[in-house]
Design a protein around this ligand. Structure first.
Ligand code: ARG
Length: 403
């Protein structure tokens, strides 16, 4: 085994990463620095400090990354209206490069030669962490205990914990829990009964959205302000990116917005079924498309829509820090120069519908489109010629086919 001097571990303080921490200390016999990121997962982070201290960790890093997460990762992605396989808002995918960036930053600061993560060998997350580390600092090694140790089952994991005096919470003793990943953008739940896509997900998997049947009978109307493609205010009140997303999560959760039950294709090769809750992100996607609908030129909008699946797939597959993602990002960001204005939506029993939009940079012309008499010069005879020429090749084609 290669000699490792110092490791920075992505550490949640949960059972799995506590076991990983112990295993790294034992296996490599070197100092392990823990890094715990606050991404708005809604969990107390101080217990992670106490647990790391108990495990003898000297250098404990707990960092609030909420603003950076939303302004430098979620909002740039939202400018593209990114959806993987037409539906997934990429809530886990977009958080990994940010965590990797900080793992690398801390490793450089403390002179560590390796970083470690708790992602398993069957998932996308290991790929995202490691491709990001490769792109940011190829000299740093990556340790993925789930691929290296010989713990093969949940039972063996609990045995290891017991043997090393790692406290196992009583609710973790029974059957394996759902695999949950949460941050300010979403909560994703996989595993257990969800592994059978033919089985309906139990109600209790949903954590941050109410059941549409229990949502309020009165709709709620909200107005979102945009500047150059990014949300900046709600109901006229300016807020920071993370505060805005927190507010939209609250609003969406109350009205059951953003639930998704999805079977997706993992990059590693298998299909998997998960439940996603993305209340704020779902509202923002609808709103962003709403403001783009009046501010983007047709060809610009269609070009964005063409590259979107490619861009989303890059993020899903872990290529955030790759030249082609940055190139597409430049194109997307350039398109947003005039995407400013206000969008009003109605939240009601699971839906977030745009009901009005306005912009000082609007390309919409009521005078041009009106059914009534118009002041703008539009010669109806031009439309006749336009159709005649567009139909030219269709008439030749139909004649040849003997229609
Ligand atoms: N399948 C999702 C993705 O690849 C979520 C992965 C993490 N979620 C989890 N529950 N472990 O982005």
């Amino acid at each position: 085994m290669t000699k490792i001097e110092k490791i920075v571990l992505s550490y949640s303080g949960g059972l799995d990463t506590s076991i990983i921490l112990k295993w790294l200390q034992e296996t490599y016999g070197c100092e392990v620095v823990t890094f715990t990121a606050d991404l708005g997962q809604g969990e107390e982070l101080e217990p992670a400090r106490a647990k790391a201290e108990m495990a003898g960790v000297k250098d404990i890093r707990i960092v609030d990354l909420r603003e950076e997460f939303v302004s430098d990762f979620v909002f740039p992605m939202l400018r593209a209206n990114a959806l993987y396989e037409g539906q997934y808002l990429l809530g886990s995918s977009i958080a990994r490069p940010l965590i990797a960036k900080h793992l690398v930053g801390i490793a450089r600061e403390v002179g560590a030669d390796a970083v470690a993560h708790g992602a398993t060998g069957k998932g996308n997350d290991q790929i995202r962490f490691e491709l990001a580390v490769n792109a940011l600092d190829p000299s740093i090694k990556v340790i993925a205990p789930w691929r290296q140790w010989n713990i093969r089952s949940r039972m063996q994991l609990l045995e290891y914990a017991e043997k090393h005096n790692i406290p196992v919470p009583s609710d973790k003793r029974g059957e394996a829990p759902f695999s949950i990943d949460a941050n300010l953008l979403h909560t994703s739940t996989e595993g257990k009964s969800l592994e059978n896509p033919a089985e309906v997900a139990p109600d209790h998997v949903y954590q941050r959205t109410v059941d549409p049947l229990d949502a309020p009978d009165a709709p709620e109307i909200i107005t979102i302000g945009f500047e150059r493609g990014d949300p900046v205010s709600v109901n006229g009140k300016a807020m920071t990116p993370a505060a805005l997303l927190t507010e939209f999560n609250e609003l969406g959760g109350r009205h059951s917005v953003g639930r998704l039950d999805l079977v997706e294709n993992r990059f590693i090769g298998m299909k998997s079924r998960g439940i996603y809750e993305t209340p704020g992100g779902t509202i923002l996607l609808a709103a962003h498309r709403g403001i783009e609908s009046i501010t983007l030129d047709r060809a610009a909008a269609h070009l964005k829509d063409e590259i979107m699946p490619r861009y989303a797939e890059l993020i899903y597959n872990g290529f955030w820090f790759a030249p082609e993602r940055e190139m597409l990002q430049a194109l997307i960001d350039h398109s947003q120069a005039f995407v400013s204005g206000e969008v009003t939506l109605r939240l009601y029993k699971g839906s977030a519908s745009v009901i009005s939009r306005a912009s000082p940079c609007s390309l919409y012309s009521a005078d041009l489109v009106t059914f009534e008499e118009s002041a703008i010069a539009f010669d109806h005879h031009d439309a006749e010629g336009f159709i005649r020429l567009n139909g030219l090749r269709l008439r030749s084609w139909a004649a040849r086919n003997g229609r």
